[in-house]
Design a protein around this ligand. Sequence first.
Ligand code: NG1
Ligand code: ZN
Length: 543
Amino acid sequence: FHVTNLFPFSYFLFSLFAGVKLSYGTAGFRADASILQSTMFRMGILAALRSLKTHSVIGLMITASHNKVSDNGVKIADPCGGMLSQHWEPFSDQLANAPDPQTLLLLIIEFVKKENIPFDGAFTAEILLGRDTRPSGESLLEAAKQGVSSIVGAVAHDMGILTTPQLHWMVRARNKGLKATESDYFEQLLSSFRCLMDLIPNESKMDEIEDRLIVDGANGVGGEKLEVIKKMLSSLVIEVHNTGKAGGILNEGVGADFVQKEKVVPHGFGSNHAGIRCASLDGDADRLVYFSVASNSSNKIDLVDGDKILSLFAVFIKEQLSILEGDMKGNNNYKASLGVIQTAYANGASTDYLKHLGLEVVLTPTGVKYLHARAALYDIGIYFEANGHGTILFSEHYLSWLEAKNIELSSISQGSELQKAALRLLAVSKLINQAVGDALSGLLLVEAILRHMGWSIHRWNELYQDLPSRQLKVQVVDRTAVVTANAETVVVSPAGLQEAINAEIAKYIKGRSFVRPSGTEDVVRVYSEASTRRSRQPCQLCG
Ligand code: NG1
Ligand code: ZN
């Protein structure tokens, strides 16, 4: 085991002085950028070890997503393009918090032995590095690079400024032996989008749809990339606001997190946009929400959140499956398993709607790693968080079947509705990012499906009525004191808390409430919903 140059760097010192305990959390390490040099260096080491262990290319993304511009963070992308295996999270916590170089080295040596990480030179560790537009990204990337190169022979490739999903996509593509540059990414998105547009039924009432889409780029990387996509598309009219070029600050009064939580227009939008379809990306473009501006000159919006994007996707996929499976021609027939995955933050009205559609709905704890793993158990698994992070996963087995079915149909019923359904599903599997939720690919899929359905944003929003809900953050002494079960819907400790919640929600029609410690902030989150803002059951005494 050789660690060539662990010591010449001062990166170790920073976390010592900061006295901060870092935790890999829901989505990697996040903190004020000024204390992250050491963490980046150490995560560079971890990424190189992970690459040696898995004999695959690994990704390291520097971003703090929707958090403020002075924050930054790091996430590791595993060989399949998904999140770092949870099995390695405790090691990454230990590595990030090691108090001195000796402890760090011992931890690495121990872990290498325990995990049997091969140092035989048979495989060159390769890491793809990406960063968002945060100014701190450049020097943090340097620290990560140094961390990678402290492992003998490991190679770091700087992929430049990217959205988080682009980096995950590249890692996945590289490990599948596919073309994996940024232009390959754009090419795949655009060709599958065009394919879906070409398959739109003639009878779709496209004229009911406002042509124009206005996108809030959160003053981050997503807006920049959308400008590139826009130039390559003739069939969509996209205006991008908040690209960051006009001096706006990343995530400040803009972006998907702001729009979804505050339910008001982002900066640069107003009543002059009433009636127009609008969308908002978050700071690293892995979240997407839509909205329309209320016509009465206030700054209020009608939010079309992740749950509704999920519902739109579910309706479309279900429709294609029923065409394909309803009238199976030929011999090679198969019924796909379709599952929908949400978290407890999903609006109760969306869960009811999806169940009424006859879909299997499963709840997991918060965090893409849980949703993604559960969705991967189906032939087609659709997952979304209410905040707009989600995607559609297709199993390899189902994709091979679809490819074969398409070939069979092209010989027995070329151009039939059956074949079109197969082609649409294949196009969706290429358009939608199979590694992680991706605002850019999600946006193109929403746009294609709305045109396919002939739905305006208002028609889409009317799929169901959201139950009024509130989400609060509460600062507590020790958030880990709150322990939950059943996909975070029940508090196990402290004792008595769940009973108190039960007593409260019993007073309201469709009352639902839960609390959980955040995995990304030092707070406890409280969520509540009920049938109306003021719905109290009539009082037994006074009516
Ligand atoms: P935490 O802080 O664990 O609630 C938040 C979001 C998650 C996810 C992660 C990662 C909410 C309620 N929680 O996690 O959905 O997006 O950040 O960014 O929105
Ligand atoms: Zn994000």
